[in-house]
Design a protein around this ligand. Structure first.
Ligand code: SIN
Ligand code: FE2
Length: 231
């Protein structure tokens, strides 16, 4: 038998659930929350098949694209949105926009399956009453990454961020309120949901370059959906 140390607290976890992860106040990790085989653990709610079919419909209407940063660099992550507002980046900056800049038409409506998942996950994490009006969809192919950043384009920071991961596992870095604060590394796998709000709402976070692999359901990619109350 081996002894393991908790990365967060340095505590000796011998004799304790080795899967225990200590998270900062305001943060919850709901492992496999959206997996069809695991939803029963959390009580009945929407699972991955329904979510994936809704996701495909959104991507058909508003295809994934590599947005450009205000500095002029194409992002390695391909993005699209659904909901009343969508997050966009271009030479002018970052903002929420009701329309897809590629077509000038409103982003696809938020599928009811997405709304149901986000509301339930937020509730289970202690944020009842969360109603997202924006969903940013990120596609990571091997090598794609997202540098440490804060989600601060939303109008008020009372609502949490609800993040669903699908496909290949990724290393999520979760830091503090300053860019230079130490980060905790968490592996996010297919169906995991992370929620951060309250004192952690403006925490820096990011994704390390995605390791190559093939996921049985999603193939050679990771998708991440973040639900936000933006307006
Ligand atoms: C994001 O911060 O918008 C995405 C995080 C993730 O891909 O898990
Ligand atoms: Fe973010």
């Amino acid at each position: 038998m081996t002894r393991r140390k908790s990365a967060a607290a340095g505590a000796d976890l011998f004799g304790v659930d080795e899967r225990l992860t200590v998270l900062p106040a305001g943060v919850a990790l709901l492992p496999a929350f959206a997996r069809d085989g695991d939803v029963d653990r959390y009580g009945d709610h929407i699972g991955e098949k329904a979510l994936l079919s809704a996701l495909n419909t959104v991507i058909e209407a508003a295809p994934l694209r590599h947005m450009v940063t205000p500095g002029g660099h194409a992002m390695s992550v391909a993005m699209t949105n659904c909901g009343r507002l969508g997050w966009v980046s271009d030479f002018a900056g970052y903002r929420y926009d009701p329309c897809d800049p590629d077509t000038g038409v409103p982003w696809p409506a938020m599928p009811s399956e997405f709304l149901e998942l986000a509301v339930r996950a937020a509730q289970d994490a202690g944020y009842s009453g969360f109603v997202p009006d924006a969903c940013l969809i990120n596609r990571y192919e091997p090598g794609a990454k997202m540098s440490l950043h804060q989600d601060r384009n939303e109008r008020d920071f009372d609502a949490p961020i609800v993040s669903l991961s699908l496909g290949l596992a990724a290393v999520f870095q979760f830091g503090g309120l300053e860019r230079t604060d130490p980060v905790q590394k968490l592996t996010l796998t297919h169906g995991d949901v992370m929620v951060w709000g309250g004192p952690a709402r403006l925490a820096y976070h990011g994704i390390l370059p995605l390791k190559d692999g093939v996921h049985p359901v999603m193939g050679r990619m990771r998708m991440n959906l973040t639900f936000r109350k933006a307006g």
